[in-house]
Design a protein around this ligand. Structure first.
Ligand SMILES: Nc1nc2c(c(=O)[nH]1)N[C@H]1C(S)=C(S)[C@@H](COP(=O)(O)O)O[C@H]1N2
Ligand SMILES: [Mo]
Length: 199
């Protein structure tokens, strides 16, 4: 044990995977602003609009019929907990981008969620092959607390970018700060560079 923090020391393998200033947790904490939305799948849709050739509006059935993939990753919250080896399943954001065909002017994206939560990312970051629209965790539908029915997963960024209860993506030719980014969180949020807060 680390006598100062009362936390188990990390193995060498864990040290390689836990970014600076983070500690490991086995539990999966729940963190969000506001309340947990109740979702009716019959009226749910997922929209992609903005700087795209072919805007998209999918029902739940249409979303579920898209090609699926799995992602095995680690998650890092800016409040300093990290959780290793999580398994999500869903639809790669790349699959969605192939459908909508971003215009050359599309350089940024804003994730839109229930109750007005947003998170911004460069479009390039969304093209990463570990970026997922996740509806399944450990083989089960997401818990309501964790984003049921759908959340964004962006493992290379702090977890606030992984927007829960996502309902759409807006592609933009300029950057628009999201919910936490407007309140002083870093615009990029790379945990390996400890990009927690704006200067
Ligand atoms: N819609 C929405 N998504 C959100 C948030 C939020 O307040 N609303 N909080 C973010 C933050 S700050 C974190 S740390 C993670 C927490 O996800 P979890 O509750 O599944 O651990 O969700 C992110 N996604
Ligand atoms: Mo967070």
């Amino acid at each position: 044990m680390d006598r100062l923090l009362g936390r188990p020391r990390l193995t060498d393998e864990q040290k390689r995977r836990v970014p600076p200033g983070q500690y490991l947790t086995a539990k999966w904490p729940v963190l969000h602003y506001g309340s947990v939305p109740r979702t009716d799948l019959s009226s749910w849709d997922f929209r992609v609009w903005g700087e795209v050739e072919q805007p998209l509006d999918l029902t739940w059935e249409q979303f579920r019929a898209l090609p699926r993939t799995t992602v095995h990753c680690d998650i890092h919250c800016v409040t300093r907990w990290s959780k290793l080896d999580v398994d999500f399943e869903g639809v790669s954001v790349r699959t969605i981008l192939d459908l909508v065909r971003p215009k050359p002017s599309a350089r940024f994206a804003l994730a839109h969620c229930e109750q007005g939560y947003t998170a911004n990312l460069p479009l390039e970051a969304l093209r990463d092959d570990d970026v997922l629209l996740a509806d399944t965790y450990g083989g089960e539908p997401l818990e309501p607390d964790h984003g049921y029915p759908l959340r964004l997963m962006v493992p290379k960024r702090y977890f606030w970018k992984s927007a829960k209860w996502i309902r759409g993506l807006q592609l933009l030719d300029h950057d628009v700060p999201g919910f936490w980014e407007r309140y002083g969180y870093h615009n990029e949020g790379d945990p390996w560079q400890e990009q927690r807060f704006a200067e």
